[in-house]
Write a protein that binds this ligand. Structure first.
Ligand code: PEP
Ligand code: MN
Length: 271
């Protein structure tokens, strides 16, 4: 495995602020799995931003395993994004599922997300190499670390594009949890690869009440941040409700994270 470890911080703009992921501070990205309506996204954004999230997440186009599952609002979400991000002075990370979406998403995103199902979509990765916003690259459902780093190479061809790796749990023989969070990978990559590494505890474990515990573990092992799903009423969510934190659970998580990070001489980067 070809690895090098001269660290690359990833600079991104969220609303009126510029952040440098990889600088040792811990960043929390939060929001719903999917943007479902203006009210839902507005309420979620209000709560996560007020508790310190520095960037919103929210799916516009969803890649679901089932063709019958909710596929996202698509372009109908654009006005909602514009309204909510300007109201809360924050940016957005959303998944780009097709190279043809890059141009229309470009003005509204701080980071592009490449989902787990697309880590091996080399046509998409090559197109993302031709633009200048950073890319949050999720680990494939059953990808080796080596394959994941090779996928990052497709995006980071010129050194102009920056990559953030996101460990979101991998497929193992275990079925009691949605996936198995590979904290080994986080420790390994922090030591051996140049990119910042964040953790998605929501897709990793798939059970909302356990999301805070593994979020703390991610902070303790040295991750650069989290991307976490939050929904104002998870039971009514159109996608991934069982793993979504309520705003109250999210606020408790932020308090605990700050304590763990302080014990490790690290800072929770709040908006
Ligand atoms: C998501 O972040 O909503 C998502 C679909 O994640 P993943 O690609 O990790 O399954
Ligand atoms: Mn989801």
């Amino acid at each position: 495995m070809a690895i090098e470890n001269s660290k690359k911080n990833v600079t991104f703009i969220s609303g009126d602020k510029t952040y440098s992921l990889g600088n040792g501070h811990f960043y929390v990205i939060a929001g719903p799995c999917s943007i479902e309506s203006e009210v839902q996204f507005l309420e979620t954004a209000r709560s996560v931003v007020s508790h310190g999230a520095c960037l919103l997440r929210g799916g516009i186009w969803k890649l679901r395993s089932s063709a019958q599952a909710f596929q996202g609002l698509g372009k109908a979400a654009f006005d909602i994004v514009q309204k909510v991000t300007s109201e809360f002075h924050t940016g957005l990370v959303t998944e780009v599922t097709d190279p043809r979406q890059i141009e229309s998403l470009y003005p509204m995103v701080s980071l592009f997300q490449v989902g787990s199902r697309n880590m091996h979509n080399y046509a998409l990765l090559k197109e993302l190499a031709n633009q200048d916003k950073p890319v949050l690259l999720k680990r494939g459902l059953a990808a080796y670390i080596d394959e994941w780093l090779k996928a990052a190479d497709y995006i980071d061809t010129s050194g102009r594009n920056q990559v953030i790796l996101c460990e979101r749990g991998i497929r193992t023989f275990e079925t009691a949890t949605r996936n198995t969070l590979d904290l080994n990978a986080v420790a390994f990559l922090k030591k051996n690869c140049p990119y910042p590494v964040i953790v998605d505890p929501s897709h990793a474990i798939g059970i909302s009440e356990l999301v805070p515990d593994i979020s703390l573990a991610a902070a303790a092992v040295g991750a650069d941040g989290l991307i976490v799903e939050v929904h104002p009423s998870p039971k009514e969510a159109l996608s991934d409700g069982p793993q979504a934190l309520t705003p109250v659970q999210f606020s408790h998580l932020m308090i605990k994270l700050e304590k763990v990070l302080n014990a490790l001489d690290r800072k929770l980067q709040k908006k």
